[in-house]
Design a protein around this ligand. Sequence first.
Ligand code: MN
Length: 470
Amino acid sequence: MSQVEWETVIGLEVHVELATETKLFSPAPNRFGDEPNTNVSPVCLGLPGVLPVLNRKAVELAIKLGLAVGCRIQPSVFARKNYFYPDMTKNFQTSQFDRPICVDGLLELPDGSEVRIERAHLEEDAGKSTHIGGSTGRVTGADYSKIDYNRAGVPLLEIVSHPDIRSAEQAKVYAEELRAILVATATSDARLEEGSMRVDANVSVRPVGADELRTRCEIKNVNSFRSLGRAIEYEARRHVDLYEAGEEPVQETRHWNEDDGRTHTLRTKEDSHDYRYFDEPDLVPLAPETEWVETIRASLPVLPAQRRRLVAESAGTSPEHSALIVGRDLDELFIAAVEAGADAGRAATHAVNNLSEGAGRLSAKAFAALVVMETGGDLTATQAKVVLGDLVSAGGDPVAIAASHGFEAMAGDELEKLVDEAIAADSEAWEKFLAGEDRVQGAFVGYVMKATKGQADGKAVSALLRKKRG
Ligand code: MN
């Protein structure tokens, strides 16, 4: 048995398709789901004599996302990344190498942890291959492969983090946070299931306390946040097992298989020198003017981290609840309801427990009124939930909705009358309760619940009983 305690070291490379009308270097449409090989121009296919023309909108979106994650925007240069694969007819991918457009960013996660972003660079997507036959969906063992060049030349931004992530959970949170920022800035629709956001994880392990980075493996084919967590956990475990058996992992690219829950060797890892990068002679260096960058900066929306801060500041909400409220887009409604007099804790509880599908037709005013009714004792928690459900589906006035359910009668005096009845009905239990036997109070609560068909608030009944005991 080894005494070594291991920590996982993770860096994420996220490719996102930018939300442009057309491709990065050609006027062919950038559109998902069309008939295969219909959105293709001579430039996408790299036919002889064609030249790329850079898409200004793609640059704008790259800058926008870069600024949203705190990057510096710098003059950049396109480069050819040379390799052969049928999904790239030019035999090189136009990408950026040693001078990317965005550098030195930072992502602040809901739990307060921070992950540094090394760079974000522009590049074109390859075509999409589909391997038919065989069992793994990989080219190895396939009978034949189909290629759709609709995706060839679609603008990508590749966002590369530093290896600052220490757990599968944190990796998921990072990817979710990045996705939220992509959606908020409308730079990408960032759909993992459609491949417009693709997350590759570089995973290694090392003894806790060590500084060095050990051999890493790059995990590809992760199609959901859940798979990302599973794949990282599997891979880290595999590395620990190798080290503890006196072996070492080999640097390679591995393919996550959702069905068997394992990673499999895809190719032994190439280093960048294998790609024979050189500056793209058909494109001039890209140096966005400061004025343009600042115009884009001014157009940024309020970002998730800032929205979480606003929720926490307005209502003292916990980091977890603030993240949930913002994640469900309920923050504006929540803050407005608290400003209109709703108890923040109660409103947060509803947002977290009862508004998982969003607010629907619920207005801040109605939300505030409902919470005030509830905290004032006019509605039980159960009744408030029912009224809230109606407000979400149809809108309206919480007082009228409560009345239509017959909830209003249950407040104050009415409840006390029923508690007195319950005591009168079981004087023996009441004597015991007076003598300090709290467990008998169930008899009174049960009586009131039966009399009200479950509409009463059990906690309010208990409170009344204790008040009467003195
Ligand atoms: Mn890439």
